[in-house]
Design a binder for this molecule. Sequence first.
Ligand SMILES: [Zn+2]
Length: 447
Amino acid sequence: MNLTNGAKSLVLRSSPYTHTGFRSDHKHARLTEELQIIELVPPPITSFPNGIYHTKFKDEKLTILDDIASAIATGECNKKVGDAMEERGASSVHFILVVNGLPSSREEAAAERFFKALLYPGDHFVPHMLEAMRSYAMPRIARLSGQVAESIEQFLQDDLIQDIADDAWGPHVQEVPGFQAFRNRFPELEIASVPEALTILLERLRERTSEVHQSADNPSFTTHDAMFVNGLLVLAHHLSKAPIFNRLIRRSTRAVIVLFVGGLRYKLAMLGRYHACLERLRTLAKRTEMKITYEWCTDDVAGIVNDRPVVMHRSALEVIKAAEDRATRIAISVSDSTFGKICSQYKPTLTVSTHPTIRLILKLGSTAQTRLVGCSGGVCYACSEWISRYNDAHPGAMWTAGPSLQEVDSTWALTHRFPFEEDVYQSIKEAKEISLIDWLDPSPMDY
Ligand SMILES: [Zn+2]
């Protein structure tokens, strides 16, 4: 570490962004600063990640990888799980698991319980697997429930169903997945039209998800009524498949609606995945004749970072105003007080770690036969940019991850191993500029 930096930090001690100490890393700071700003301004709406349009993939293996990553995730500290699969012979598979940072004992216990349940399910596969998952995954289920409850509330408040209420609807069984079963549980569905039935079910799911979300702090939380939670997962799964969402996405001329409806469906599918994965897991267990093994990925590879503090060098306002051309002009033209909330939420120090999918790719390399990575929660924006550049830079590498909303996560760590990381930084900087323009000077077509 050079001494000039040290000397400078002594002179400029009055600013919180310059007393960086010896761990400072200019490259990382400028990247984390940009990520923080994108996280704090409303999401850009000029491009849509694939999670908006698709909630399931054509690739069966990728689906099962995402299933397993989601099923194991405990949801603690917002950590995501990633996994890759090695096929060992015709009927044997081995999973490599990873989280951002080192797995905690709770995470290790969760994986152990999950695979034990999968391999020794007894007579009742479905309740057995659900019980195993509920035993460690309630923090994640509660968090997803909170997101679903909030999105449904907005959806019903904006009365988006009303916009297409006069459409020609198909029969209930087609428009309302799971209708036959729900009709017995919710008698009010009996005389409801399709738009009414969808509204009733969304409202029921909103009530239940909101209850689970609120009970997250309850001490008796882990023993939450099994029937209640299982029922909620089934409802979320069926509603995520309702054709109404596609209809709204296809029809809408407003980008903000496409983004919102796609996001709601994605969140429903994430929560419903606990139910949706069961048949696929059962098939996997049968197909492999129970020869399923796993290990936690080691982090003995150059570039992997665990819980490293990054000290910002610039203030939020400096990062906002360091945009280029149009974004700068707009940012300078509005009053600084517009950014008050962002400035107050902007953190002077953040802890970063290598995200799970990147960890797996670093470990397995570009020549691995495995080319698919699963991730609970989908890959973040920076991971997605990094993976596509890694593939470009390594002939033969074709790493693919499932659909995601590519949300921005400022805990993302550089590996400092590849020149293309400079391009990742550039694209993050551009994304910040787009976010600023979308927010401060929206085009009338978008809203
Ligand atoms: Zn990521």
